[in-house]
Design a protein around this ligand. Sequence first.
Ligand SMILES: [Zn+2]
Length: 347
Amino acid sequence: MYRFLIVLFFISFSYSQNRCGSDEYRDLLTKKGLFVTQEKANQNIIRTGQYNIPVVFHVIYNNDQQNIPDSQIFSQLDVLNQDYNAQNTDFVNVPSEFEDVAGDVGIHFCLAEFDPNGIPSTGITRTQTDEVSFSMSGDKMKVSIEGGVDPWDTERYLNIWVCNLNGSLLGFSTYPGADPLLDGVVIDYEYLGVLINSPFPYNLGRTATHELGHFFGLEHTFYAGCSDWDGCDDTPPIATSTFGCPDFPQESCNSVISMTMNFMDYTNDACMCMFTLCQADIMLGTLTTQRAILLENSFCEYNNINDFLHQKNLVKIIDLLGRDTNKKGFNIEIYDDGSVEKKYIIE
Ligand SMILES: [Zn+2]
């Protein structure tokens, strides 16, 4: 037991960032009577067409730095659309041992075209606040009169709040079954999207990839340790969460090879690259049952930054290199009528 505690202390000392608060948040909501455990989703999904989900990002800022640019949000959307369609460039890093179980979720995310009142929207809200930072337990970021922003109808929109979270927490999500007024994902502004200025190694947008896994019903791969109660047989049991960027292979739980590169573990952004078939089925099962109303509202206008620029009459894109996880970023220059309007270089 003491040895375990010492190891825990070492881990928390070595990795001061708190990767994910979702399990703790579920416990908090349960104690408040604001979470009801759901039956696990049916995993026998017959896929039909494309699954489009309208997303609204609520940027809540106390200073200019926290008022992140559109480019950062688009880079996040891009990461999500790659990771949830097995199109991430680092998908090739899936070890051959796990190639057969690597899953393509098949969910597409886009910015909401209309707000809940039917008024055309960019899918991004921006709100100045007097709150210097927000705590996970307080929920103030989700309440307008508390200095945050009320969610858009959480049955019809995926709400992602972006704000300054207290302490070292990167983000957290609700699991299916949370109070509708609190349903959604919260990400610290420093960890949303691809950003070289964000503290390495969580700067490639994988915090949101991970948190949305919870939103669609996934547990951590290390949930319940070697008992392997994460709901998926194709994620090997693993005793505890993995930090950093471990060499492959690692072993855990009686010499089982660990899937440390799963999005639902805690490794560095650059060192996670896959969901499994079972995880993909759980997420689609959740989406097509408990979260099915999201699919009835798929007014998707801005699929990517090119769409956005055309809508905004920004006529010329000089350079759009895209994301490269090894080079860590975007390199975008935007020209409007031949002159530089905005220049985002994240490299
Ligand atoms: Zn998590």
